[in-house]
Design a protein around this ligand. Structure first.
Ligand code: ADP
Length: 605
């Protein structure tokens, strides 16, 4: 409680007032006492001048001879003379009793010079204490005691006759008056002390309040400032200490707010960047506890929760083959790379340390989804293998037929022609594969050279294609019919691309439909699209093969497709060229042994 400024100010104020009061009281008492003693000393000095002393001596030694009585002897004469002397001395002293300040507490007396007995006194005193002053005077010397430390003051003057002390004039102040004055003063002093205590306590409370209340208000405002309420305190023009403190607090709060806003802005920026990164981020402290992660990390690692993740345990779980210990002794600025597979996703993990206060503070893990690259790499490898295989087959045929021909110079003409036909057809096949590959390569690299777009009458185009391919259909007793549903608008674009795609689809329908099959070609306008549909009642495609039907070199039945001259590139080229040249789409649906339906959709421009 007494630690508060309010109490401290009150106590100091009351202490100062009381101590000054006490000091004044003590000085007053000492002053009064001093004055009293000085006054006694001065009175004695003023009265007992050399003249008075001589008068007193004379009075003491004067011999008065009264008329002799008949029976009186010499002794009686002496007694009477002595009484006269005493009376004379008494007269002199009495005449100066005013100057000596003779009162109830101060008296004078005349003592016998031999034994110090009281012969007469101003107040009837008959017995006195034989103080050192009295003893000194009886011994023949004048003496005075007026020290404050003594409870009395006295003065003694010996009246001698020759060397013998005849009388002693003795004045004593028993200080009763001083004691009574002192007591009165102390009473007054105590009264004023109590009053001062009350008044000073009231004043101290008022003064301390005038100081502490603004401080308390300032503290409460400062607390609000600390809680972020910047409007809690405003600057003031006053120049006093509290106003300076207030202004300093406002400056401090504003600076703090600015820097915390800045820090918050930076934090939000970093957080936004981290949260919106396409890579996943994990941060671990030196104990291996996860301290930060972003949304992408959760998604890539396919985890809903990241609670209680520990570095070593987690990376062991996903088979990353790395521990915290491996990283701590890594070169500064170095990083470690690992690849993991989580279900059908391939992830690349980059581990790097980060520093806090110039020491390794933890580990940052950047997770990069490399599934696409992995798949691309995979399909690239497949593609190379497919191309090699596709080219090797006709090459092997050509080689074996040509070697046979070479080994049999006498072979008959008919067989020779058959062999040469096979060689020519395999060469055509190779040429087709190479031409298809070149087309795909052009489409891949977007080498669609800019040419003036053709005006395409889809209906007419379909009529021509169907008519041209009817001959092939007839060979297998198939019925190829074009059935336009409604009018289709004229569009613009690359005629050759669309024609090639439709021919591929129709020729597939013919190829994969048996003898006497039915192939229908439809055209219609549906909303803003031109829809070309080719249906057949052929062998169909198994459901599980449908997702791969547009892959390069994909064939449901490799042997049969090769027999029919297929390369497995037709639908891949059709899809890619329709998308890039017309923004169109191609879809295929099929039921095994029932038939297939291929739909090409081209938006009308
Ligand atoms: P291909 O040159 O081998 O015909 P495509 O890319 O045109 O190559 O076709 C890929 C594969 O799709 C074919 O090998 C075939 O197995 C299957 N296919 C395409 N169209 C049909 C269809 N109408 N009926 C049955 N299977 C089809």
């Amino acid at each position: 409680m007494f630690k508060s400024i309010r109490w401290k100010i009150t106590i100091i104020f009351v202490f100062l007032v009381l101590s000054s009061e006490i000091l004044i009281g003590i000085f007053n008492l000492i002053g009064v006492s001093n004055h009293y003693h000085r006054e006694f000393s001065q009175s004695v000095d003023t009265v007992f001048t050399e003249d008075i002393k001589n008068d007193l001596l004379a009075a003491a030694n004067e011999l008065t001879i009264p008329a002799p009585a008949e029976d009186d002897g010499a002794a009686t004469v002496m007694e009477e003379s002595s009484a006269n002397n005493i009376a004379m001395i008494n007269d002199i002293l009495s005449s100066h009793s005013g100057s000596l300040g003779i009162t109830a507490s101060r008296f004078y007396c005349i003592l016998d010079g031999k034994d110090g007995k009281v012969l007469t006194s101003s107040d009837g005193t008959t017995i006195i204490d034989h103080t050192p002053t009295v003893e000194t005077a009886i011994a023949g010397n004048e003496a005075k005691e007026a020290r404050i430390s003594k409870k009395y003051m006295d003065y003694a003057f010996p009246l001698k006759n020759g060397d013998a002390v005849k009388y002693v004039v003795y004045i004593k102040d028993n200080c009763h008056q001083l004691a009574s004055v002192t007591k009165t003063l102390i009473d007054i002093f105590l009264m004023s002390l109590i009053l001062s205590l009350i008044v000073s306590a009231i004043f101290a409370t008022i003064i301390s309040k005038s100081i502490t209340v603004p401080i308390q208000q300032l503290s409460s405002h400062a607390r609000k400032l600390a809680d972020g309420d910047i409007t809690a305190l405003q600057k003031t023009e006053s120049r006093d200490e509290l106003s300076s403190l207030r202004n300093a607090l406002v400056d401090l709060a504003q600076t703090r707010k600015r820097s915390s806003d800045q820090a918050m802005g930076e934090k939000i920026k970093v957080e936004t960047i981290l949260q919106n990164m396409s890579d996943g981020i994990l941060a671990f402290d030196m104990k291996g506890n996860l301290i930060h992660y972003n949304r992408e990390a959760k998604k890539l690692l396919q985890r809903r929760y990241f609670d209680d993740i520990k570095f070593d345990r987690f990376f062991k779980e996903i088979n990353a083959g790395i521990t915290l210990g491996d990283l701590l002794y890594m070169q500064p600025d170095g990083s470690v790379e690992r690849e993991v597979r989580i279900s059908n996703q391939y992830l690349q993990l980059n581990f790097a340390t980060f520093k806090v206060d110039n020491k390794v503070g933890g580990i940052i893990v950047i997770i990069h989804d490399i599934t696409k690259q992995e798949k691309l790499e995979h399909s690239r490898r497949d593609f190379v293998a497919n191309v090699s295989h596709e080219l090797r087959t006709p090459l092997t045929t050509i080689k074996s037929y040509s070697e046979t021909l070479a080994d049999m110079p006498d072979v008959d003409r008919e067989l020779q022609v058959r062999f040469l036909d096979v060689i020519a057809s395999e060469s055509d096949r190779m040429a087709r594969i190479i031409s298809d590959l070149l087309t795909l390569s052009e489409l891949d690299e977007n080498h669609t050279y800019i040419k003036t777009p053709d005006t395409i009458d889809v209906r007419k185009m379909l009529e021509i294609i169907v008519e041209r391919m009817s001959l092939t259909a007839k060979k297998k007793n198939q019925t190829l019919t074009y059935r336009p549903t409604n009018e289709v608008p004229i569009i613009t674009g690359d005629y050759g691309v669309l024609e090639r795609a439709i021919i591929n689809v129709v020729s597939n329908a013919l190829k994969y439909t048996g003898e006497g099959g039915k192939i229908n070609v439809y055209s219609s306008k549906v909303y803003n699209d031109i829809c070309i549909k080719v249906t057949d009642n052929g062998i169909g495609i198994p459901e599980d093969k449908l997702p791969h039907i547009f892959d390069r070199f994909y064939r449901v039945d490799k042997a049969r497709s090769r027999d029919t001259g297929g390369t497995g590139l037709g639908l891949a080229i059709a899809k890619q060229s329709l998308e890039s040249s017309f923004g169109g789409k191609i879809k295929i649906s099929s039921v095994l042994q029932k038939g297939t339906e291929v739909t090409i959709t081209i938006p009308c421009k």
